[in-house]
Design a protein around this ligand. Structure first.
Ligand code: MN
Length: 239
């Protein structure tokens, strides 16, 4: 049986549509999963039911995150937030973590995972860190282009599934994780110190990347292929 993969959808500010990119859907299908697009349920019981039905959770990119969720007020550079998505996504993650089902997060998904496990984040790296020392993390190149490098921690899940200690990745974020606490560990950083990947040391497969492997897969990037293959294998119980 191919595993059912819940994908948290995106929306616009007035929430007239739910959607996700075809790159997200195709990445899951290509690796052997069946994508199920999820709207923003708010009831505890329903969220619990979804967690029990899916075999894995793919937390995709999207808008910024409500800073009150990690004890801060909005910074002037904070972008659009969708409170219903934040609530649903973080509540679903917490339930999926309890069941120890696999999670793959990308971009925004790496912030929501960190917050679900007690961490926090920069609302805007360019004003909250010394911006003269930062790389360009909002690339102007096409989405599939790897614009900067990340160094991968040896022995980490990310290292084991890709077989690499250095990856070339795309970059479309102005936020980033800051405090990362157990059971999470940092599994990749950019050369400017920005946290680019986190993973759980306690769960079977919980990995979140600040970049977008679903876009790099379009250019047949081998590491991106290995990431989605590894995720779907874990969701099938075939690690
Ligand atoms: Mn980056």
């Amino acid at each position: 049986m191919n595993p059912l993969i819940g994908i948290v959808t995106s929306t616009e500010i007035e929430q007239e549509t739910y959607f996700t990119s075809t790159d997200n859907v195709n990445a899951i299908i290509r690796a052997g999963g069946i994508p199920i697009l999820l709207p923003y349920y708010q009831h505890e019981k329903t969220i619990e039911e979804i967690a029990s039905k899916i075999d894995g959770l793919y937390a995709t990119g999207g808008y910024d995150i409500d800073p009150t969720l990690f004890g801060e007020e909005p910074h002037p550079k904070l972008g659009t937030i969708i409170p219903e998505r934040d609530h649903f996504e973080i509540a679903l993650m917490k339930k999926v973590l309890v069941l120890d089902k696999p999670i793959l997060g990308v971009c925004r998904g790496s912030q929501t995972l960190n917050i679900a496990l007690g961490g926090d984040m920069y609302q805007d790296i360019y004003s909250q860190k010394n911006s003269r020392e930062l790389l360009q993390h909002q690339q102007k190149a096409p989405n599939k282009h790897g614009s900067h490098f990340v160094d991968v921690k040896e022995g980490s899940l990310l290292n084991r599934i890709t077989g690499e200690t250095r990856l070339r990745v795309n970059s479309r974020h102005h936020q980033a994780n800051r405090k990362v606490e157990k059971p999470l560990q940092i599994s990749a950083r950019a050369s400017d110190g920005i946290v680019e990947a986190i993973e759980s040391t306690k769960h079977r497969f919980v990995l979140a990347l600040q970049w977008h492997p679903e876009n790099m897969l379009v250019a047949n990037d081998l590491a991106s292929e290995a990431i989605f293959k590894g995720f779907i294998a874990a969701c099938s119980g075939n690690e």
